[in-house]
Design a protein around this ligand. Structure first.
Ligand code: NAG
Ligand code: NAG
Length: 314
């Protein structure tokens, strides 16, 4: 019997150990199972981003969680999307992945995502993957979903680490949108740096919309005037730091008041409802243990290697 003995040197944060493993013809099993989880994880991540493409996101904007196909997110899904915030439930997670994807009829420039190109993808074990997606955006017909090329065509980039449960659904994620400010400027054609545009946004767009959507038990300001007065006193902020007690945070969270006004109206209100709040950068962008349950949230566990080696030996 032909058996090759190899030594695997695996280093995790300074801890180095070696393990002897016998590798025989059954090495093909390892490749088969690697292919199986690779395909599964790739499919999950691509399916998630496909749901941001208009009109795939529309049912989720309208109905929330029940419209998300099963198997993509674990009910306990939690994660962080920089620079938007932390999300500690399935419902929150899916809202921030899908319900924030633009609906053309709801934006002045008829902006929509028309294609999700997964340009980078690696997965080193069944539980962990990393990806980069280019979400192609531009003017999209609200009825036909056909994209018409134009000057507002651009790309929203997202880099993400993922942890999957044993069924391959997303359990934890840490994602970055590296250039939300530039993307917003180009895709909307709006110069949010201009103080007059900032004032106009609050008084003629944000506050009237908040008053329209947050009504009855969900009302957060007495009137458009009250809203304008309170919000003109807050920093406008910029789209590269949306997780703060500022106006850009409320512009983003306003989108979600259409899905669950009871949950999201407080976020656009005077206090920010725990979401549009100033928080300590040095704490909340790094509280992996509290938020993700581990201070090494996206490592392949040593046990995974053991499992694969055992399968190889079998
Ligand atoms: C994602 O969308 C593309 C384009 O419609 C399609 O070809 C692909 O099969 C989809 N992938 C998944 C996993 O849904
Ligand atoms: C999420 O962030 C908020 C601040 O916006 C903070 O109060 C909360 O503790 C964080 N939750 C977790 C689990 O990290």
């Amino acid at each position: 019997m032909l058996t090759t003995v190899i030594f695997l040197i695996v280093s995790f944060g300074g801890l180095v150990y070696s393990r002897a493993a016998s590798l025989s013809i059954s090495a093909s099993l390892k490749h088969a199972s690697k292919e199986a989880y690779y395909e599964r994880n790739l499919r999950t991540v691509q399916a998630i981003y496909n749901l941001t493409v208009y009109p795939n996101n529309a049912p989720i904007v309208a109905q929330g969680g029940p419209a998300v196909p099963p198997g993509l997110f674990n009910p306990e899904a939690k994660g962080r999307v920089t620079p938007l915030g932390n999300f500690t439930t399935f419902e929150e997670s899916i809202e921030y992945f899908f319900a924030l994807a633009p609906i053309p009829s709801a934006t002045p420039a008829k902006t929509g995502i028309y294609r999700a190109d997964l340009v980078s993808f690696v997965t080193g074990c069944p539980e962990i993957a990393a990806s980069v997606v280019y979400l192609r955006t531009g003017t999209v017909d609200p009825q036909t979903a056909v994209h018409t090329p134009g000057p507002m065509d651009t790309t929203l980039k997202q880099v993400a680490f993922w942890r999957f449960d044993s069924e391959g659904a997303v359990l934890r994620y840490d994602a970055w949108i590296p250039s939300l400010r530039l993307w917003t400027a180009i895709s909307s054609g709006i110069d949010y740096n201009n103080p007059q545009v900032q004032q106009g946004t609050i008084v003629t767009a944000l506050c009237p919309q908040i008053q329209q959507r947050c009504v009855g038990p969900n009302q957060v300001y007495a009137s458009v005037e009250d809203c304008s007065r309170q919000l003109l006193a807050k920093p406008f902020g910029d789209f590269d730091e949306v997780w703060a007690d500022n106006i850009v945070c409320r512009i983003i969270h306003l989108i979600l008041t259409g899905t669950r006004p009871d949950i999201h109206c407080p976020h656009v209100g005077p206090t920010g409802g725990g979401k549009c709040v100033d928080n300590d950068y040095s704490i909340y962008y790094f509280d992996d243990l509290e938020l993700l349950g581990s201070d090494k949230p996206f490592y392949c566990a040593e046990d995974d290697w053991a499992d694969y080696l055992i399968k190889d030996e079998a």
